[in-house]
Design a protein around this ligand. Sequence first.
Ligand code: AHG
Ligand code: MN
Ligand code: MN
Length: 346
Amino acid sequence: MTSPSSSISLTRYLIEEQRAGRINADLRLLIEVVARACKSISIAVGKGALGGVLGDALSAGEASINVQGEAQKKLDVLSNEILLEANAWGGHLAGLASEEMDTSHPIPDVYPRGNYLLLFDPLDGSSNIDVNISVGTIFSVLRCPDGVTRAQDEHFLQPGSAQVAAGYCTYGPSTMLVLTVGHGTHSFTLDREVGGFVMTTRGMTIPEETREFAVNMSNQRFWEAPMQRYVGDLLAGREGPRGKDFNMRWVASMVADVHRILTRGGIFSYPLDSKCAAKGGKLRLMYEANPMAFLVEQAGGAASTGRERMMDVAPTGLHQRVPVFLGSRREVEAAVEYHRAHDAAA
Ligand code: AHG
Ligand code: MN
Ligand code: MN
């Protein structure tokens, strides 16, 4: 880890990655453009009520509902528009896909097309927007299959292990971009006076062991048996089979919860429950679970559905949902073991 005094801007980091042959110019431009869009979103989020950006999005006087069946906030819609507009004309993308759009979005014919596919959750943690709690943006970058210039939904359906870059931007007390291009996970803090991101941690490392878990406990009675047993044992603390006391945190913004885990360790879980079982889970594979899994693995952690390595899941839909366990490696392995033992006994 290094201190902020090393003063490496995001631009310098990306140029050095390009010189080292780890990314090409198009991927560098793509990440710069996403970072610029995140700065715009950060400004909108930061204005809060003064910017008129809080509250629900309306369409024809009614609450606007996205493909997920969830009511959209004004900032969900605005953030999506900012990311679309920023990425349409640069010539580095073959297509985009977003939580807020039913199908993938082609690059308009008036612009050149490139070789990359960008997927994003424009505003993660929507339920926290109106109460001034951290929200974020999550993104994932894939290569467009050879020979495809006009990307369709099917071309995005690649496993997480095919990602060439992933990251998130958290809009909290400070705005931070956390990024991987497959060579470690690094954090950059927005210098608001200068208007640029500056590297603040090179090589984030998640402690292997933890005493902290993140889960929405109100769903406990809807969980599967192995999850009930796993969390039951965490709660039993020092007197239970795990032999130590655990602390709990739940921000309900995945970006904020994962950021805490990348910084000081922990396990994040949104498991299968009987309310979301028909959909496969709550969180979305392509633009929530996979990019976070890439960042977490690159920081020495692990990410699983409870039964399979997250980045090995073969996707079947743009908005596919999955159960999620990620964070400190040994703790994720422990949670997976509860599922393995349960399935073996069954
Ligand atoms: P989004 O705002 O993009 O729809 O995602 C919200 C997600 C995630 O950020 C968070 O971990 C989870 O939903 C919170 O769910 P609960 O409200 O059920 O706790
Ligand atoms: Mn989200
Ligand atoms: Mn969202």
